[in-house]
Ligand binder design. Sequence first.
Ligand code: ACG
Length: 476
Amino acid sequence: MFYELFLRSFADGNGDGIGDFKGATEKLDYLAELGITGIWLLPIMKSPSYHGYTVSDFYSVNPAYGTLEDAKVFLERAHTKGMKVILDMPLNHTAITHPWFLKALSGDNRHRSKYLWLEKPEWLKARRPWDNQKVWSKLNGEYYYALFGPGSPDLNYENPELREEAKRILSFWLSLGFDGFRFDAAKHIFDFSKETGKCEYQHERNIAFWKDLTEHCRKINPDAVFVSEVWDDPDIVDLYSTVFGIGFNFPLAYAIKENILVLNPGKLAEALYHVMNRYFGDEILYASGTFLTNHDMTRLLSYMKGDESKALLAFSVLTTLPGIPFIYYGEELGMKGEYNEFANEAQLEPFPWFELGSGPWQTEWKAFASNPPFSGLSYEVQGLTIHSYFSRVKNILHFRKKNSWIGNCKILEIKVKNNVLFLAVEVKGETTLFVHNFNPKAVILEKQGHTTLINGELSEFENSISLERMSSAMIK
Ligand code: ACG
């Protein structure tokens, strides 16, 4: 089970208000206590942007986060606690402040060929596939291709020198001790066609690129872990994920959230057949990176309009499905935050360790907006009571940790009866049933074996069990 960690917002170890490696190292026990066995670090390299996805030096740690030595200590401590750490690697583009881009702008041909420049005026008509934004930006009278906006010029991987550079970058971080990578924007490496002058995903070329890079990494560490970010439909995610070993299952995140929001288990069951289809067969070619939210999305409790029962049901469903769950930092506390494409900071707020909004380790790089002090949200308050949202999420995560076999199970059947979702799974010939009650009241179920509560409440009788509203259980 992975934790998606944004260093800047997590824990401050040197008192400047910005989260860093030192702080995160001190808080590894907190993650271990949650049942986390892996960490996905959002980009840590030198960058002019707060989120770090625009890199200005691929071989350095952002000084605000510490030094390479601090990163090393973090990795070593995480390893002693049995956690793997993967690094977010935005190789698709650089920052405009990257020396390569600055040299390119000043006319240096070797560096110019690392980027894409406008060759024909009609290319200016090209638009970003999902929201119709412009993809060419202008600086010093020249147009360069920048799919994610003017601050992030795309790299041109037709340039063989650049591919070798990418390998060197990966070698560098693997040798520091990282266990692998989350490859950012994996479908975007080749996404502009010079033939048509349009944005077009060239999936085959992208996959060949990633195959080359992952094979290179596996020569250094045969057990390296790779997760691809391909935000697309299941058939496209499938294409890429076999190369990486783990593919984020975006369609699953939508299926769970959309159908729990409107409490429609029937539609969820239908969607699960589609988005988890690889877990119905005997041969599982890659693992699904399962999740509910990430840093590009509205936080879970905001999505569920503050309804904790729905959010907890979503956590329960997630943890009873095969794959590798990824939990976005702060979701365990029920942090809030609405994603907004143009000011996407609301879901990246400081992790609230203290009710007061300040104290040792507390980050304060930006003001709390969606998660104000004295709202009862902090770890300080929620950590104390067994009935808090935090404690209930923790119980669900512990359930999953204890039953880690779920990660590799095969799905046999998904059924809905009287608004109850039944999920039958199998591992090594043994069948298990998960039951999720979507009703606003208890349901009586026939007793079929040993029952374990996952979330909510249940009562057991001689021949039946009563599963309370919005509760989940495992029957073995
Ligand atoms: C990654 C990071 C993100 C980062 C970048 C750039 C990339 O997680 O934080 O931005 O380094 C697209 C890309 C993703 C990208 C997101 C932000 N994420 O593919 O790689 O944008 C559609 C498209 C997707 C698109 C998504 C965005 O298909 O490609 O993601 O919309 O909303 C159904 C459909 C599905 C559709 C969804 C949603 O599910 O099946 O296809 O997805 O609905 O409509 C960071 C910053 C940015 C900055 C940049 C440089 O966050 O602000 O500009 O860095």
